[in-house]
Design a protein around this ligand. Sequence first.
Ligand code: SF4
Length: 497
Amino acid sequence: MAFRQCPRRLWLEVHQPSLREDSAATEAKFAVGDLVGELARQLYDPEDNGVLVQVMEEGPDAGVARTEALLDKRVPIFEAGFQAAGARAFIDILRPVKKSGQRSWELIEVKSSTSLKGNHRDDVAIQAYVAQQAHLNLSAVKVAHIDTSFIYKGQDHYDGLLREIDLTHEALNRFDEVAQWVNLAQEIVASENMPFILTGAQCRSPHPCGFVKYCRTQEAPVAYSVDLLPRVQGELRRWMQAHQTRELSEVPDEKLTPVQLRVKKCTLSNSCFFDRAGAKSEVLSYSKPHTFLDFEAVQLAVPIWPGTHPYQMFPFQFSLHIRRQDGALDHHEFMDLSGAEPSRAFAEALVRACPTTGSIFVWNASFELARLGALAQQFADLKPSLSDIQDRIVDLLKIVEKCYYHPEQRGSWKLKRVLPTLSSVLNYDHLEGVKDGYMAVLAYVEAIQPETSFERRAQIEQELFTYCRLDSLALVTILNAMVNHSETELLVSSSRP
Ligand code: SF4
């Protein structure tokens, strides 16, 4: 599968695996995959007589040998290993079936995604090929992914969480194609030399490649990379691929959107764009008091609260600053690490903390608007207040995107990139522990586990409060900068509703 993404990735996975650096987001995805895999083993083995082949502990050769020995037992085998025709595959679930007196096996690959993807099709085709080459009698080849319509009823009843897609016909008819991949992959691995492949779209899809930092160091340096351009897609992406363009200066202006063109011009001239008058007049058009709000929310692939569904979003924390008439700031914050479904407590606290007048600034409003809309649907009694908050939300990102760009943003309008260009005081680098949204979610999930110690929970709580506070304070700072206020005005008194 590494070869299917990029031959160079396969070579590096085999010859230089230590160069791989997975991001926090990738680590979080792995953790979700492990969790869903574990649950799938329970769902596909209700009698609990299946056997898990521990590939990481036993080693691949021992895993293949143990699978072979287990086949006669006719029990479900998890991570079943096969080796044949120059390839090795480990199958998530192998289930014995008997139809009309015929004994065979069902191959099921479990995915934590919510739909079937192209790479899943390749994955099962490879697994089916290797298993059949190893003389396994396969009667079905399936992918099981998360069904988002599933509602958890509680008491560990997860029947229906996974939706099966039967790919038997397709997978069994791709063996010639798979044999070619295996041969090419073997040639790549056998070579002493790493294949020369420039970084490009393949580094992000179907998964972010962990070798991207290394690969970039191997490429001839560019003055300003095209990677600085935001939202490259469609025709522009195709044009850049066709021309193998790496230098930002080589991208014609007429191919760029106004925002991309601004990034290009500011980058090449190393200058900042700031429509001060435009920013100021837009900010001042919003009614006072000005409130600054940031949420943190968690999505669980495997729901743990009855009545909820997979990947439902649950806000569990907010930080809110309100600028008083005298210019000082009031601060309110909320977090629920009790392990109970946090939505109700969150919504009540937010309604209590939000002023009933004025504008509420957030960064990238679609997230907050969607959460508020969902909460209003969920809690009819709070709907008027939540809808009122929703109506007063203002997207500060849109104002900044329209009126400001600094080359150090490096093509991004993430809060973390914009803030340091406007403030020498506030900085995400100084944070301990939780430093981004992915880390916040991982920390939350750890904190609500019953086995997490009191001390560790208290530490997580502190880290999460500090992180979320910084987010809402960053909004204050950025808005100040848009209207030429000074950071020294930030006098904060804190409270929790
Ligand atoms: S970073 Fe890109 S070019 Fe390098 S190995 Fe990964 S996918 Fe291939």
